[in-house]
Design a protein around this ligand. Structure first.
Ligand code: NCD
Length: 306
């Protein structure tokens, strides 16, 4: 039985297979519309979500399966003190696969140890978000035409942003990738990723404070929201939340084919005037999330369509 807890749980080849499957689903969704008939997906969300939970549900429904679950810790037995280990043992008898989001780093990993069904990490604290990464890779591959030879700007909350951590882990495995890490000092990439992933794999990167200065170099700009819910005090959040605001004036400095990605939700970090710029890809990205998750669910359930 396979789980997806970290983006590294999938080899580059397996990842390529999932992306190819997602692309086939995009070309011919009708072919896949009944392939998970009779299968159930449980969504166990202990933290707020719009896109991730609903795109998982849409994915399973598009495959002809059904969904059950909860969308907040308050509405689950976690509020009575039940452990993740006990919850997943029970859910294993109700569903065939589950997606779990949890504020505690490592919770989906613990769940996978007690589970009898595949567990997908749908975001664990400030740690990882592997299905957002699948979404990001599918978006980049389709809109950029490649996953290699890219200068990737990561901007905003690189400390708590789990989407950034997972994306870095996944992208360092492709040739000629370099990163520009754009953040205030307080929100720099954690050492365990800077040293443990970038340095270890000898990936070129630089850390800068100014977005304007580096914009002309980038093939891809990945904007992020300052992760309010992970701050220890509100004052720091208020001071840092609007450090970067991408607007039309800044976009004028970027390459003509630079892609702007954002896992969403956006707060102030991208002005709405950027939405009509053809380089703004974040709403397309959200749509790719459904196809990426369809391909993942099929893969983990071992479902094939000829
Ligand atoms: C992200 C997350 O939950 O980490 N959202 C998402 O899943 N698309 C990013 C965020 O909340 O800022």
């Amino acid at each position: 039985m396979r789980h997806l807890i970290s983006p590294l749980d999938l080899s580059v080849t397996e990842l390529a297979d999932i992306l190819n499957l997602a692309e086939d689903i995009i070309r011919d969704p009708a072919k896949y519309s009944e392939c998970c008939h009779g299968k159930k997906l449980a969504t166990l969300f202990y933290e707020p979500s719009t896109r991730t939970r609903l795109s998982f549900e849409a994915a399973m429904l598009n495959l002809g399966g059904s969904v059950l679950g909860f969308s907040s810790a308050d509405s689950s037995s976690a509020s009575k003190g039940e452990s993740v280990a006990d919850t997943i043992r029970v859910i294993s008898g109700y569903a065939d696969i589950c997606a779990m989001r949890h504020p505690k780093e490592g919770a989906p990993l613990v769940a996978s140890m007690y589970s009898e069904i595949p567990v997908i990490n749908a975001g664990d604290g400030g740690h990882n978000h592997p299905t957002q990464t699948l979404t990001d890779l599918l978006t980049i591959k389709n809109l950029k035409g490649r996953l290699d030879h890219l200068t990737i700007g990561l901007c905003g909350d690189l400390k708590f942003g789990r989407t950034v951590h997972s994306l870095i882990n996944a992208m360092v495995r492709y040739p000629e990738i370099s990163f520009v890490l754009i953040s205030p000092d307080e929100l720099k990439l954690p050492t365990y990723i800077r040293e443990g992933v970038l340095d270890k794999n000898q990936i070129p990167y630089k850390e800068v404070r100014s977005l304007e200065e580096v914009l002309p170099e980038l093939d891809l700009l990945y904007m992020t929201r300052v992760q309010k819910e992970r701050f220890f005090n509100e004052e720091d959040y208020i001071r840092l939340k609007d450090t970067y605001i991408l607007d039309a004036k800044k976009m004028a400095l970027a390459k003509e084919d630079m892609l702007v990605l954002h896992p969403l939700p956006r707060v102030n970090e991208i002005a709405t005037e950027v939405d009509s710029d053809p380089r703004a890809a974040y709403f397309k990205q959200a749509k790719y999330g459904v196809y990426a998750r369809m391909a993942l669910i099929m893969t983990l359930l071992g479902v094939h369509v000829d």
